[in-house]
Design a protein around this ligand. Structure first.
Ligand SMILES: [Zn+2]
Ligand SMILES: [Zn+2]
Length: 195
């Protein structure tokens, strides 16, 4: 995170910054506290609205991260847009197979292709997915570079990176290992006080 960002263990800012006025009664921007130009009410610019929205709404943060990274993983370089297209293509082929009432073996091949795609991308594989539909809500995570529990909450865009599902799983496991409490040493044997 860049200097000046608040360090917080809250994921988002839960309040709307108050509207203050300078000595002449001019409104000061809710975010940067500079005078609000004519024609605007309580934010000096869209940039300041964005700064606040990124910190207060996970959906807004995600939209800005996508605008910047285009779904490309910061760790391994995987392009999740390409993955999405591959999934769409596979599903279209599966639908064609089903409508054409083609041999069962072809359907099994498509499902095997799906299994491999899941294995390489970190998407959870479910047998028969091609029949029932795709269950994951997204193929990349807007990941806090400094975890929220370690003070990376309420961060700006600089506090986020795009991670593919595989890298995100690895990162989550690493954080869990880091935060796992070390086991207390075995209690020393009690002194034989009552002998
Ligand atoms: Zn401002
Ligand atoms: Zn990755």
């Amino acid at each position: 995170m860049k200097g000046g960002d608040p360090v917080s263990t809250q994921r988002t800012i839960g309040y709307l910054p108050g509207l203050h006025r300078d000595a002449e009664g001019r409104a000061l921007c809710r975010w940067c506290q500079k005078p609000v130009p004519k024609g605007r009410h309580s934010w000096c610019s869209q940039a300041c609205v964005d700064e606040y929205m990124i910190r207060s709404s996970p959906a807004s943060a995600r939209a800005h991260v996508f605008q910047r990274d285009k779904g490309v993983c910061a760790r391994c370089g995987a392009d999740t847009g390409t993955l999405e297209a591959a999934i769409r293509d596979l599903r279209a082929r599966w639908k064609r197979w089903r409508w054409a009432d083609s041999p069962a073996a072809e359907g099994e091949e498509l499902d095997e292709e799906w299994r491999k795609l899941c294995e390489s991308s970190g998407v959870r594989y479910r047998p028969g997915w091609l029949k029932w539909g795709f269950s994951a809500t997204h193929l990349w995570e807007a990941h806090h570079i400094v975890p929220v529990v370690e003070g990376g909450g309420e961060c700006g865009l600089d506090g986020y990176e795009t991670l593919c599902l595989r890298c995100h799983k690895a990162e989550t496991a690493a954080l869990a290992a880091r935060r796992a409490k070390p086991k207390p040493p075995p209690a020393p044997p009690l002194p034989a006080l009552f002998e």
